[in-house]
Design a protein around this ligand. Structure first.
Ligand SMILES: [Zn+2]
Ligand SMILES: [Zn+2]
Length: 290
């Protein structure tokens, strides 16, 4: 059994009520480890520019029909969950949707555009956003794999060097206690400074607090910033999580998000870096999506 299977089973056991949503996540994670996506990632020869994520400015040629089928599959699984919100996604299956536009909006974390598409389709905004956010995850995991050697080793920004997202959490690893931010979209990692707010760059220790939830007993603290009121969950671990498991680790620590929210802190919405990406159809289709 893989670490992802074990993680999914643990979550289903701990939160039986999440099972319908975890079925959607499971589908995306099995795609995220599929190397077929790697062929869609543009080749990069140049070194990474300072402050610019590798995905910025790229042109992606995707098998549009197959990725469209993936969206339909996710919506069908979500729809089966039977919640009233997910039931509102049904019209998406029959809509004449500008699919590449939706994929691009999700890739760029353009939540205004995604909300507008949801409104036009009459779908529940949050349910639609949740499914749309998962759609580019397999491609982004492939970007992280293919561009591993292109990533700048001196990256010091708060957002992901591959896809520009804010971190899902921080890992403090091994006896050296080296710190890494992890991305919940591409699964990437980048070194994090100690006492540093990834959102506003604050480094004054008087403005940064560490909150330990009372009843948790579980691993993890909340590192929060008094200036921008952003927070990052931080876990001490021997090794970093495998890329596709970052999303699960993020879900598994939802109790820390609740605790942070109760203290008045939040994770910023949208992207850490505004990507400018062109998405086109490569005219191909993958057999498994017929
Ligand atoms: Zn990323
Ligand atoms: Zn801050």
């Amino acid at each position: 059994m893989t670490a992802i299977d074990t993680g999914l089973q643990d979550l289903k056991r701990q939160h039986p009520e999440w099972e319908p949503w975890l079925a959607v996540v499971q589908e995306v994670l099995s795609e995220a480890t599929n190397s077929e996506w790697d062929a869609c990632v543009p080749v990069r020869n140049e070194t990474q520019q300072s402050k610019v994520p590798l995905l910025a400015g790229t042109t992606l040629a995707l098998p549009q029909r197959s990725v469209h089928r993936l969206l339909e599959k996710l919506i069908r699984i979500a729809h089966r969950s039977g919640t009233p919100e997910m039931a509102t996604l049904e019209p998406v299956l029959h809509a004449d949707l500008d699919f590449l536009n939706l994929f691009k909006a999700s890739l760029c974390q353009d939540s205004d555009r995604i909300k507008k598409i949801a409104a036009d389709l009459g779908a529940d905004s949050e349910a639609f956003q949740a499914v749309a956010a998962l759609l580019p995850v397999p491609l982004l995991n492939a970007c992280n794999r293919r561009w591993a050697s292109s990533k700048s080793v001196s990256w010091v920004e708060g957002y992901c060097p591959v896809c520009g997202a804010w971190p899902a959490f921080t890992e403090v690893r091994g006896i050296e206690r080296s710190r890494y931010f992890r991305c919940g979209r591409c699964g990437g990692e980048w070194q994090a400074q100690c006492l540093f707010c990834p959102y506003c760059g604050m480094t004054d220790h008087n403005e940064l607090v560490s909150l330990v939830p009372e009843k948790s007993g579980a691993a993890g603290v909340i590192d929060a910033c008094k200036r921008c009121l952003g927070y990052a969950k931080t876990f001490t671990t021997l090794q970093g999580s495998q890329p596709a498991k970052v999303l699960l680790d993020d879900l598994a620590s939802a109790h820390l998000d609740v605790a942070a929210l109760e203290q008045g802190y939040k994770r910023p919405q949208g992207a850490g870096y505004s990507l400018d990406v062109t998405v086109t159809d490569n005219g191909k289709a993958w057999r498994r999506f017929f």
